[in-house]
Design a protein. Structure first.
Lengths: 77, 327
């Protein structure tokens, strides 16, 4: 879920985690670069409107098509 | 009223079956969705931990919500009598929303009695966000059998990650009733930078602030994070925002590592958009949830994250994009 630039700092083991923390803590340019990439990914993939739209469609299936978030009748498959 | 803009003749009565209603990631999302439903819904919340209701404060004042004390209990030993009482209670609603393992007893109650009250039993949608520490690598097989049986008549299972999607679809046999809905946040609100202080924290010249947001629970493995930060240079501080039973153990670990003066424990704070920007990076020492909302919030605030995640060889924070590209 993080950006490609951030992925090397997610570690499966303790040594990798500590190395990632050390590297990040010691390099402000790296933090800025990875942070900017993360912000772009967040805007692309984790927008609230996308999530709410998906819940509206799903819940509407259980409510004969009534959209709880918009108050409209919404399509569902 | 046109067909596109109906006047609902009712507020939709929704029964929420929560494992706990203390304010964690999934509860924050559930409350946000409740707030967005406005006056179109009337909510009733049952918690398997009846005293854990910390998320209550985050519900907007205009939202109709009950925390009934006289409802059939969601917790306790499975028994047909308790299930029957719960199932009968469910027939007074229009929609049932259950969350995580603690809500699964309600799912089973409906499963067992749905044929008796089929004409008045609402649909159920289950939400699964992650597991306790005992199931984070391998699920308990007894619980999986229970989930498989209980979820057979659920209309849908909602999960936030591809790993959980696979578990629900295959291990729990939810198949194509499994729906991947990624957690979303108001990204723009995080772009503005911090606007409120973190209690007990003031930035010092030249320091680096490692932050984390977590319930202070064992599953989060926060003493491990304390030890890791203790090994970093003295100009690095650690801020752990959250509350919980492990507070004492975390402070004790910091004292043992001689880094207590570099640790800030401000307690629980709502509205992370207003303060997460005080961090220079987010660190998670253990990932118990699949798509941790704190990581998404940090990303929206333009922060990098480092995390330790035993499952990430396969999926999770690090691997999910690779899995998505393949599939």
């Amino acid at each position: 879920m993080v950006s490609d630039a951030n992925r090397p700092f997610v570690a499966a083991d303790e040594a990798g985690f500590r190395a990632a923390l050390t590297k990040m803590a010691g390099n402000s340019a790296l933090r800025a670069e990875v942070g900017a990439a993360n912000r772009r990914v967040a805007a692309e993939r984790f927008a609230e409107t996308t999530m709410v739209g998906a819940y509206e469609t799903l819940y509407a299936r259980a409510l004969e098509g009534y959209g709880l978030f918009s108050g409209k009748w919404v399509g569902f498959d | 009223m046109s067909a596109d803009d109906p006047e609902a003749p009712w507020p939709i009565r929704i029964l929420h079956l929560h494992s706990s209603f203390s304010l964690g990631g999934k509860e924050a999302r559930a409350v946000r969705l409740m707030n967005l439903m406005g006056d179109r819904a009337h909510h009733t919340i049952l918690s398997a931990m009846p005293d854990a209701l910390g998320a209550r404060e985050a519900i907007d004042p205009g939202i109709a919500v009950d925390f009934p004390r006289d409802a059939p209990p969601l917790h306790g030993k499975p028994s047909l009598r308790r299930y029957r009482d719960l199932a009968r209670y469910m027939t007074g609603f229009d929609l049932l929303l259950s969350y995580n393992w603690g809500g699964m007893d309600g799912v089973m109650a409906r499963r067992v009695y749905v044929s008796r009250w089929w004409h008045s039993m609402p649909e159920l949608i289950h939400h699964e966000d992650g597991f306790n520490e005992d199931e984070s690598v391998k699920r308990n097989w007894k619980r999986n059998l229970f989930r498989r049986a209980a979820l057979r008549t659920a209309q849908a299972v909602v999960v936030p990650s591809t790993l959980l999607q696979r578990i629900a679809a295959e291990e729990w046999r939810a198949g194509d009733r499994t729906h991947l809905i990624r957690n979303g946040i108001d990204v723009a609100a995080y772009a503005k930078g911090p606007s409120v202080p973190i209690p007990g924290f003031e930035r010092r010249e030249g320091e680096v602030v490692i932050g984390t947001v977590a319930g202070l629970r064992k599953v989060k493995d926060l003493p491990r994070l304390v030890r890791a930060v203790a090994a970093l240079p003295p100009g690095v501080r650690l801020v752990i925002v959250g509350e919980g039973p492990e507070r004492g153990a975390i402070a004790a670990e910091a004292t043992a590592c001689s880094m207590i003066e570099r640790l800030v424990l401000p307690g629980f704070m709502a509205e992370p958009a207003k303060w997460i920007g005080h961090f220079d990076l987010l660190a998670l020492s253990s990932l118990s949830e699949q798509a941790p909302i704190a990581v998404i919030e940090a990303m929206a605030a333009g922060l990098p994250s480092s995390a330790r995640c035993r499952r990430c060889r396969r999926d999770g924070v690090g691997r999910e994009q690779a899995v998505r590209r393949r599939g």
